[in-house]
Design a binder for this molecule. Sequence first.
Ligand code: NAP
Ligand code: ZN
Ligand code: ZN
Length: 344
Amino acid sequence: MKTRAYAALDASTELVPFEFERRELRPRDVAFDVLFSGICHSDIHQVREEWGPSLFPMVPGHEIVGVVTAVGSDVEKFAPGQRIGVGVFIEACRECDSCLRGLDQYCSKGTGTYNTKDADGNIVFGGYSDKFVIDERYAVTLSDAVDLAGTAPLLCAGITLYSPLKHWGAGPGKRVGIIGLGGLGHMGVQFAHALGAHVTVFSQSPSKEASALAMGADEFVVTSAPDALAQHDGRYDLIINSTSADIALDPYLNLLALDGTLCIVGLSGFPVTINQELLIAGRRQLTGSMIGGMGELQEMIDFAAEHQIVSLVEVITADYINAAYDRTVNSDVKYRFVIDASSF
Ligand code: NAP
Ligand code: ZN
Ligand code: ZN
């Protein structure tokens, strides 16, 4: 199936128009026209090899929504005309402990949506493209009522914050801090608020305060102000670091209450150093979390639809991708770039 896309051909030049073939439908495959594809900071890290060597050519994109055009003979969940979403992985082994527990995002034999090879040894291409083919098991259904452009970022940014918020019990009576109000962070604020937690945003960008409060934040702390953080010491049950950059974690460990958790989801690619005493003194936990499993992904999509949660997006055409990358790196997007796939 001829597919039009944008690809990075190496780590140092701009993304360019690119064409390739999607596979023919297997019995459990679904083909769909991509309508919108979000730009995640992970796309940029991988295109620019900030996490180590990447596979090129690379068609990034793992926040993909569209409309089904054809289904294989054994497909049960989808029919032509139905809305569909695909996130950060397209296959898993289906039999390891993680897969059996519904935590297929942690399957060590899983296949990512791009920057990896499939079982046949072919490079797989992601969502910056006008067509997609996937096994129905690794796609979610989207209701006809939701705004599709605003829903695309849920497939990565949304689930990456929803999963740790649920796992560490964000809810009434809990204080939650979100570090960084970017694509991930702005989904976290909305989900933590909808779950009933008290939410504080820690941001280096004073210009984001009004929108943070409108999204449901109870407090907004500008991190560059002197002593901004110290006044909040010991108050938080859960803090999620969603920044893309290498930031000092000690000031945030200090903000945790007894038994509080600092969860890292932002992956700068740099090693971190912490003062161990800050963990020991308050029996605090430092941990991480990666996206979510397929069951939780559908749960999050349905929760978002019920609570009318969408990403705040700036819809762009494909020829703006390179400029959008630079603006994202400069924290100059409110709050997610989403590509209109008709422009491929
Ligand atoms: P993004 O939209 O660029 O947002 C990152 C935010 O971090 C910025 O908006 C900014 O927020 C803050 N920030 C940026 N540079 C900073 C600096 N030098 N110092 C302090 N804060 C800074 O990125 P994203 O798409 O949300 O992704 C965030 C990170 O999560 C990336 O590293 C990405 O690879 C990773 N990620 C992880 C997972 C996972 O499963 N764990 C999934 C998706 C993405 P303020 O302006 O508010 O300070
Ligand atoms: Zn992502
Ligand atoms: Zn597995």
